[in-house]
Design a protein around this ligand. Structure first.
Ligand SMILES: [Zn+2]
Length: 202
């Protein structure tokens, strides 16, 4: 079949049972890289079932495990993939993008002054008015109360030491941090591919 036909074919799939209570969106596929490690840990790399099935028909992925749940098309029945592996290895860039999310992940979603995991904001360690830059090395996760308390002062002036000196992390380091945050949803077939239990305490 040509690619267009394949896409068309995948598009014709519909749920096996049109039961409004059966939630197909609860059947995402865990996406593994070609080396069978998750493409990303946090957020965990998962695709909706439609995307996973299209990728199967386009020969871009191998099916590693499946749900019992089937979908039908006019010409075939297919179990919904629960774990798929990319055929082509996706190389991660060495350094992650400097984003709010990645700063939180570097700091493990904890205030770097008091450890509070709630009401998280960002703080310039050296305040902007004192020339502090918006960079990996000067932005840290801080809870709102600490941020207020510190105000426009340096950590030394405020007597609020930073727990971990902010650094520019590597992608590998962020992946390690991501392993600390298991997803809410974890299908049994995923467990072999996610090693949440071997956390390394830094
Ligand atoms: Zn705090």
């Amino acid at each position: 079949m040509y690619q267009a036909d394949l896409m068309e074919h995948a598009a014709r799939f519909r749920p096996a049972q049109q039961d409004p209570t059966s939630n197909l969106s609860a059947c995402p596929a865990l996406v593994l890289n070609a080396d069978y490690t998750p493409l990303a840990y946090y957020p965990l790399s998962v695709w909706p079932w439609q995307t996973a099935i299209k990728a199967v028909f386009l020969d871009r992925v191998d099916i590693v495990a499946s749900y019992d749940r089937k979908v039908h098309s006019p010409s075939l029945d297919m179990k919904i993939p629960s774990v798929i592996a990319l055929r082509q290895y996706v190389k991660h860039s060495e350094f992650p993008a400097f984003t709010r999310f990645n700063v939180f992940l570097r700091d493990r979603f904890q205030c770097q002054y008091c450890g509070n995991p709630q009401q998280l904001t960002f703080d310039h360690v050296i305040p902007r008015r004192l020339g502090g830059k918006t960079t990996w090395e000067n932005i840290i996760t801080a809870c709102a109360p600490c941020n207020m308390k510190k105000g426009g002062r340096t950590p030394k002036q405020a007597a609020m030491p930073v727990r971990r000196a902010p650094i520019r992390p590597t992608s590998w380091q962020l992946q390690q941090h991501g392993k600390r945050f298991p997803p809410n949803y974890l299908h049994e077939t995923w467990r072999d591919w996610l090693y949440w239990d071997i956390e390394l305490e830094a």
